[in-house]
Design a protein around this ligand. Structure first.
Ligand code: SF4
Ligand code: SF4
Length: 360
């Protein structure tokens, strides 16, 4: 009896997987051959190929952390209306591709009926990018997705309409490492007290040299406490960044009272019209107040609606601040200005790479 020859499994290379097998057939056939695109309505992109083929991408918002039932529902909708294909944008909007114009309106109706608003294109407030939070990461000081859900509920109208001066990207991050990256407006945890050390656990859990090396301001020293090897923190030097907590959990920095929220504005990743920009902190010390974080939403809305009313057409939030200047930003938004909000680190210009261009 013949036996089947086993095919050795190919090594998995690191890096981005090839997207071709996952593309909608119309996108695959017309890859790199698009003639133009337009937006027939908020939430819908229409691409026309040189071959004459057309495709409509319908963009929708979700509640962010999705359970398996929600994902199945979205997949069922994709099977019924979008030839079984979806994709997620960089801000985690879900997009359904449709090659038949007649299916666009029923798809929008079904998505809306099921609680997935259609929007997020053009000059709207797109879905808020958020970091992993308690579900996947081991160091969050809050639930980033919860703060996002509360904020998106308030900004629903700005997602389904395109009435902002330019696109607006928002993000939240649940620790100061800020894996949420740069955004027009960002909500980021801010620790305000140095870590509390559990000296009984340090020797068993932490690689002490690694923790000492991790501190950006050299505030951590090895120490013997009650006869056991441990660590100590020079609290005058500590900037409460939380970088020591991931490699050494006994250096607990999360605190229900002293871990606050800060709001940063003016970040941008793209090179369009101006170079990428880093955010600046404009509000701090806001309470970490689940489940709806109303104080955070209030400050974000204050900034967003001042920008909407005052910016010129096509100004990104950073362009608007650049034009009016920081003193006017604080006057117009009514946010209190303190000396702690001034970015006066002179070394940043040469140390931080503030441009996406290669420099030698
Ligand atoms: S922001 Fe910090 S806590 Fe939140 S997911 Fe990223 S690294 Fe983890
Ligand atoms: S919180 Fe940051 S600055 Fe403070 S001790 Fe830890 S690593 Fe150093």
């Amino acid at each position: 009896m013949a036996t089947a020859t086993a095919t050795p499994r190919r090594a998995i290379e690191s890096g981005v997987p090839d997207n071709q097998p996952f593309l909608h057939p119309t996108l695959k056939r017309n890859y790199g051959n698009w003639k133009y695109h337009d937006r027939p309505r908020p939430g819908v992109l229409h691409h026309v190929s040189h071959s004459g083929e057309e495709v409509w991408s319908v963009r929708a918002g979700t509640q962010r952390q999705m359970d398996v039932h929600t994902i199945r529902k979205l997949c069922d909708i994709a099977d019924q209306y979008a030839e079984g294909h979806v994709r997620f944008t960089i801000r985690s909007n879900i997009e359904f591709m449709v090659s038949d114009e007649g299916k666009v309106a029923p798809l929008i109706e079904t998505l809306t009926k099921n609680g997935f608003p259609v929007g997020g294109t053009g000059n709207s407030v797109s879905m808020i990018a958020h970091t992993q939070g308690w579900l996947h990461c081991d160091i969050p000081g809050t639930d980033a997705s919860g703060a996002v859900k509360a904020l998106m509920d308030d900004l629903y109208e700005e997602f389904v309409k395109e009435e902002m001066p330019n696109r607006v990207h928002l993000s939240t991050s649940c620790c100061e490492i800020n894996c949420g990256g740069q955004a027009d407006i960002a909500v980021i945890i801010q620790h305000t007290k140095p870590p509390k050390i559990n000296h009984d656990l340090v020797a068993n859990v932490c690689e002490r040299p690694a923790v000492v090396a991790r501190c950006p301001v050299a505030a951590i020293r090895p120490a013997l406490v009650n006869g056991k090897p441990s660590l100590e923190v020079d609290e005058k030097k500590c900037i409460c960044c939380g970088a020591c907590y991931p490699p050494c959990p006994p250096m607990q920095i999360n605190d229900p009272e002293h871990s606050k929220f800060a709001i940063w504005v003016g970040g941008k990743n793209s090179n369009a019209r101006g170079k990428p920009t880093f955010m600046k902190m404009v509000a701090s010390g806001l309470p970490n107040n689940p489940p709806r974080w109303p104080e955070v939403s209030e400050v974000v809305k204050k900034i967003l609606y001042t920008y909407k009313a005052d910016a010129r057409p096509w100004e990104r939030l950073s362009d608007w601040v650049e034009r009016i200047g920081w003193p006017r930003f604080f006057e117009k938004t009514g946010l209190p200005f303190t000396k702690y909000l001034i970015d006066d680190w002179r070394g940043s210009r040469s140390n931080l790479n503030a441009s996406a261009h290669i420099r030698f």
